[in-house]
Design a protein around this ligand. Structure first.
Ligand SMILES: [Zn+2]
Length: 358
């Protein structure tokens, strides 16, 4: 029930607590209630004939702060102050790439390891975090964390902002949940990172062999390596690099289990050595960007270890998916009221970044 602090007596007598007990409990609550506004009261009662014995009274303001009143050892009511339940804080961390990996650099900067996969995903369209970053490059993250009244973190943090600056390029991205619930990453002007094609169709990828001429370790002659090899553990989800139609999903000799997707612009991507296809994956199936086509593996006779061999073909010709220009015209940009909501979110993050400037 809702009541002003002065109405607690009335609220208690209304549920059968005798006047003197109600007054004593309300007085105990009033001694620790220091906030403003209505309080929400919750009572534990022991029915006792026509009246009720009050066991416990909780009186809380909207933010959860307030008082809990119980009987002490001598039977008198005593109030205990209760702090506001939780508040949200935006925390900012900055760091520099070490010689090991982005992961170890981020952990060294104090980034919770649970935030790192989303950071990597945010940059999946623009950076290959295994190939494009070098010691001395810098990064920044801002994340939201619920904290209790003592400032201790409660629950999981949520990444809100990520930036990466290398010798070649710099990119700052904001997380935003669009109407309809789709989570995306956007530049400061509300331009989506999503575009024609993901450069890296697996998470946590490390390039183990680039596109180009090479001496093949199994076939033992020099030939074009027509794709890029990403070293990933068996069972890593393999994503459709862009929306399209599945035009192949079957075993091959050398390449093992292969999935092939034809995209709307005519480009074709091929994914090899899969341990499993997605259940029911079939030719003619329409898949969205990021759809899990299957799991990486080590199938086929031409592989020396677990990896994804990934190919991109334009007009039937293999091209290097790491270097082909991506079509920026396909970048989506937020507009109208949605853009305004994004800007409000961006500004909230930027205020925290400025306040916590190093
Ligand atoms: Zn390969």
């Amino acid at each position: 029930m809702l009541a002003g602090p002065g109405d607690i007596v009335g609220a208690l007598t209304a549920v059968g607590v005798v006047q003197s007990e109600a007054q004593a409990a309300a007085d105990a609550a009033a001694r620790v209630l220091t906030g403003q506004g209505e309080v929400h009261t919750v009572v534990d009662l022991l029915p006792n004939g026509p009246v009720a014995t009050l066991l416990r009274l909780q009186a809380a303001y909207a933010d959860g702060s307030g008082a809990v009143v119980q009987r002490n050892a001598s039977g008198a009511f005593a109030g205990t102050k209760v702090a506001a339940v939780l508040s949200r804080q935006v925390k900012v961390l900055r760091g520099e790439l070490d010689t090991e990996s982005f992961y170890s650099s981020a952990v060294a900067a104090g980034v919770r390891d649970t935030l790192i996969p989303e950071f990597i995903n945010a940059f999946g369209y623009d950076f290959n975090l295994a190939a494009d970053i070098h010691p001395g490059d810098t990064f920044e993250v801002a994340y939201e964390q619920e904290v209790n009244s003592s400032g201790e973190p409660v629950g999981q943090p949520q990444l809100l902002f990520a930036s990466l600056t290398t010798a070649e390029k710099s990119l700052a991205l904001y997380r935003f949940v669009a109407p309809g619930g789709e989570v995306g990453w956007y530049d400061g002007n509300g331009g989506s990172t999503k575009r024609g094609m993901m450069r890296t169709p697996v998470d946590g990828a490390r390039i183990t062999s680039n596109f180009g001429m090479r001496f093949h370790p199994v076939l033992h002659y020099t030939r074009l390596h027509a794709g890029v090899d990403f070293g990933v553990p068996v069972g890593t989800p393999v994503y459709a690099a862009a929306a399209g139609v599945v035009i192949g999903a079957h075993p091959t000799g050398c390449g093992g289990n292969m999935a092939v997707v034809q995209h709307d612009n005519g480009w074709v991507t091929r994914y090899f050595h899969l341990s499993h296809f997605a259940p029911g994956l079939h030719e003619g199936e329409r898949v969205p960007q990021g759809f899990t086509l299957g799991l990486s593996g080590v199938t086929g006779t031409c592989t020396t270890g677990p990896h994804l061999h990934y190919e991109l073909r334009i007009n039937g010709e293999p091209v290097d998916p790491m270097s082909v220009p991506m079509n920026d015209k396909e970048k989506k940009k937020l507009e109208g009221a949605v853009l305004q909501a994004f800007i409000a979110q961006r500004n909230r993050v930027d205020v925290a970044r400025a306040q916590q400037a190093s």
